[in-house]
Design a protein around this ligand. Structure first.
Ligand code: ADP
Ligand code: MG
Length: 460
């Protein structure tokens, strides 16, 4: 079984979906395939916005739903022949009516639970997959619409549910046992054990595809997107960025965790466990080689693979002369943050042990402060620890490559390039993996920092 995934831009319009069809036609000669599809480009964001407006009692949500409706109807009309259109429009309208009913409920009650939010967001993929499957059938390509709620089973952690692989893997094998020529499968959505719609997190269609590839022992997983591979830097920020030919799972994971949006980080794990290579390909330039992510890619090629950045970071500085004497200090700090569901993106500790500095997403600041203040209430009142200092509007820039440790002076070069370009470094961290050197800089300096580092490490 071949597993392919097409992202939001790849299915954003009738024209783009036609390109997707061409790729499917070409691939299906080699055997059965599953095409995992995202929602039409932009739709998930519109659904998020509509649900937020509805929950705040703002009737503006109706306008957004109307745009969502028009977009899907137009796509059907442009794609599907007149004689087959009414059947697809019927299905699409049933989905849109359900969506509107749920949003109206949110509007009336003015409450949006995580569970309801997942239900609303799942319509994006239900709509896109319905339209694409009907379009393929209308074009003479025998395709069936797979129902992930029957085989991707999760817990009830709405918004980013955890897959129960023990239950899911046998269900996938049974579901796809028959091997029809083409399956269209909505990405991102799943079901909890008690039959509620759940979602796998933004970007989760990549993960759906990886789960299927792993459960079915696919020879390769193809992620079709709007760029020609995983690139040396975010092409929107660094114009001279270029596609990386080969990269290891670990490096790809490191780059994607540090902001290379092209692949959703959890995607890599199921592929890595079964050594299934992942290939990133460009729907709009399908002859380009793309990037191959696999187990042995780090042995050859460049030492430094890519640069990435995460914006909207805040640094929390915890310091105090009494810190050294507090038993289990860091353990308690990280436990408190983890219990409060604060994701720690970066840690640096000065060798003096009087200061520990954690980088978190800025949206987690108040959660993090509450957690730290309650865990260390006694130490704070006894002045063993100073009040936590918060620094905002920061970004992390990471240089990634498995073999960097073998090259002397990479971090030195990094700091001097930044220094020469007048970029002020607020904090530095090197992961123990030594696959990553990260610096924290002001948000305003990200573009300058990325471009000067790219120039120095990737173009010379
Ligand atoms: P899809 O909808 O196909 O899943 P995404 O928008 O999630 O696509 O990811 C592709 C985008 O990721 C690209 O258009 C590019 O702008 C962005 N991107 C950020 N960093 C990188 C990188 N290092 N390499 C490639 N693309 C990147
Ligand atoms: Mg994506």
């Amino acid at each position: 079984m071949q597993v392919l995934k097409f992202g939001g831009t790849s299915v954003a319009s009738a024209k783009n979906i036609t390109l997707v069809k061409d790729i499917i036609v070409q691939k299906k000669d080699a055997g059965s395939l599953i095409a995992v599809v995202s929602a039409l480009g932009g739709i998930t964001t519109q659904l998020v916005n509509a649900s937020l407006l509805a929950s705040s009692g703002d009737e503006g949500y109706l306008k957004l739903l109307n745009q969502v409706e028009q977009k899907h109807i137009k796509t059907v009309q442009e794609l599907i022949s007149v004689k087959a259109q009414s059947k697809t429009l019927g299905k699409v309208k049933i989905l849109l009516n359900d969506l509107e009913d749920i949003c109206r409920g949110v509007f009336l009650i003015q409450e949006l639970t995580a569970k309801t939010s997942d239900k609303i967001l799942s319509f994006g993929e239900k709509l896109s997959s319905t339209i694409i499957a009907d379009f393929l059938n209308d074009s003479g390509i025998n395709s069936s619409l797979a129902q992930p709620q029957e085989f991707i089973i999760t817990d009830n952690n709405y918004g980013r549910a955890n897959v129960d692989f023990g239950v899911t893997v046998p269900k996938i094998s049974a579901y796809f046992g028959e091997q029809l020529p083409v399956y269209i499968c909505p990405g991102f959505i799943a079901s909890s054990k008690d039959n509620q719609w759940t979602t796998l997190g933004r970007g989760g269609s990549d993960y759906t595809a990886a789960i299927l590839a792993s459960a079915l022992n696919a020879a390769e997983l193809e992620i079709w997107t709007d760029v020609s591979g995983m690139m040396t830097a975010d092409p929107r920020l660094v114009r001279s960025a270029y596609a990386i030919n080969e990269i290891s799972y670990e490096e790809a994971m490191e780059l994607s965790h540090f902001g290379a949006k092209v692949i959703y980080p959890p995607t890599i794990q199921p592929a890595l466990e079964k050594s299934i290579p992942i290939r990133i390909k460009n729907t709009f330039s399908k002859e380009d080689a793309g990037t191959l992510i696999s187990a042995n890619a780090s042995a050859n090629g460049q030492l430094i693979k890519g640069l990435s950045s995460i914006q909207n970071i805040a640094l929390l500085n915890v310091s105090g002369s009494g810190m050294v004497g507090i038993p289990n200090f860091s353990h308690r700090l990280f436990r408190a943050l983890s219990n409060a569901k604060v994701n720690v993106v970066l840690i640096t500790q000065a060798s003096s042990e009087h200061t520990i500095c954690v980088g978190i997403d800025a949206s987690d600041i108040s959660k993090a402060l509450t957690a730290i203040e309650s865990e260390f209430a006694f130490e704070l009142s006894a002045r063993k620890i100073n009040p936590v200092e918060v620094e905002k509007e920061l970004a992390i820039i990471a240089l990634v490559g498995a073999n960097m440790k073998e090259q002397v002076g990479v971090s030195g070069n990094m700091f001097s390039v930044l220094g020469q370009n007048g970029v002020n470094i607020k904090a530095i961290a090197q992961g123990s993996s030594e696959r990553n050197i990260s610096v924290v800089v002001h948000e305003k300096e990200v573009k300058k920092a990325l471009n000067s580092l790219h120039e120095s490490f990737f173009l010379s």
